[in-house]
Design a protein around this ligand. Structure first.
Ligand SMILES: [Zn+2]
Length: 137
């Protein structure tokens, strides 16, 4: 795995980095935020994980549900990709996802659960709509 706090952003290919929120620097003392796409270490780390996963379980035949935008994820990787944005036209209540069981091969839900009233119910729903051969994160 490449150094994710590095010289080239694995999301946009940018090579300029600036301080993170509140002027934060990375643990190595380098500026963590990509100037090109605003990604932080966690975005680039997730991107790397998905890129590695895609090597042995190709996403091109998979359906994905993504709860909230995440710059680490490229919708083009998947055969189908549904995006829910809170308050948007396709806003899904993850405590009551109106989709059939096992509907999606990949369910992506990063930095969302902490904003949900009943996270236990949300986790049950995310598991319910995830296929048995798929995964969610
Ligand atoms: Zn970038």
């Amino acid at each position: 795995m490449e150094d994710l706090n590095m010289s080239v952003c694995n999301i946009c290919g940018g090579n300029e980095f600036i301080s993170g929120p509140g002027g934060r620097l990375s643990l190595t003392g380098k500026p963590p935020k990509c100037k090109g796409c605003s990604s932080l270490e966690r975005h680039r780390c997730l991107r790397e994980i998905y890129l590695q996963l895609n090597n042995f379980m190709p996403f091109k035949k998979m359906s994905a549900l993504q709860i909230s935008k995440d710059r680490a994820i490229d919708p083009e990787w998947f055969a189908s990709h549904e995006l829910s944005i809170y308050g948007g036209d396709n806003s899904i209540d993850i405590q009551n996802i109106g989709r059939q069981d096992n509907r999606y091969d990949v369910v992506i839900c990063n930095h969302v659960l902490e904003h949900i009233e009943n996270d236990y119910l949300a986790l049950k729903e995310l598991m319910r709509v995830s296929s048995d051969s798929g995964f969610f994160n």
